[in-house]
Write a new protein. Structure first.
Length: 238
């Protein structure tokens, strides 16, 4: 089931369901935003960037999701704890947090699956990491409020960009800690997230994906033999 806004279409499918995985095929998503932005010190794309570009090209050519479904114990705990973390955040803030489904931009092959939204103004990203990670974030911030951890900043910027929300609330939740320490929170405002620069990078990446797909599709039609076409494709850097 889908419904729409002026900015995006919403797919009402559970995260990690077959329908959700299929909708992500060939689409730039929040969880892979860090790979899209990956650069070497020289400024050239790193291997993670190249691998993700190749994955999206393959998904568009085959129509089949190429991401791996494997989950560690810690990843599964994160999935299981997500509604508990959301409920704790609701209790602390008084918010009513909706779970909207997957947001797919109307004008670009980009989307995101928020852990929650508060109206149309705030998007929520929850984590239930290892206890050592939760403690590190608490100590780095010097308390229960701080900044979005660097390793999740690209994902959060992507969520703000796709949703068009004014702010993002990041929370790390660990019920193994004492009550006063089990919820770490950070707020990222859209105006502070460098979204124009992020959008430029995302559009460039998606243009590169589309260009490689176009070249490969031309290869199909140029030469039945394939040899001459192969040289031409290689010449374009595929």
């Amino acid at each position: 089931m889908t419904h729409s806004t002026d900015r995006y279409t919403v797919l009402d499918a559970p995260q990690r369901s077959p329908e959700w995985r299929q909708a992500r095929a060939g689409v730039l998503t929040a969880s892979r935003a860090g790979d899209m932005l990956g650069r070497l010190k020289s400024g050239l794309p790193n291997q993670a960037h190249k691998d993700y570009l190749t994955q999206l090209v393959c998904e568009r050519l085959t129509g089949t999701p190429q991401d791996e479904v494997f989950q560690t114990i810690h990843m599964q705990r994160g999935v299981d704890c997500e509604p508990l973390a959301r409920a704790d955040l609701e209790a602390v803030t008084g918010w009513c947090i909706d779970t909207p489904g997957m947001l797919l931009l109307r004008d670009l092959d980009a989307g995101a699956s928020p852990d929650g939204m508060v109206g149309a103004h705030t998007i929520v990203e929850t984590k239930a990491p290892k206890s050592q990670t939760h403690l590190k974030w608490l100590k780095d911030a010097g308390g229960i409020r701080g900044r979005v951890p660097n390793e999740h900043l690209a994902q959060c910027r992507h969520l703000l960009w796709v949703s068009g929300c004014e702010s993002l609330e990041f929370c790390s939740w660990d019920d193994r800690f004492p009550d006063g320490l089990r919820l770490y929170r950070a707020t990222l405002l859209a105006v502070d997230a460098g979204l124009p620069e992020y959008e430029a990078d995302a559009r460039k990446f998606l243009d590169d994906v589309a260009r490689e797909v176009e070249i490969l599709m031309e290869w199909c039609g140029i030469d039945d033999d394939g040899n001459a076409a192969l040289v031409e494709v290689h010449g374009h850097g595929v």
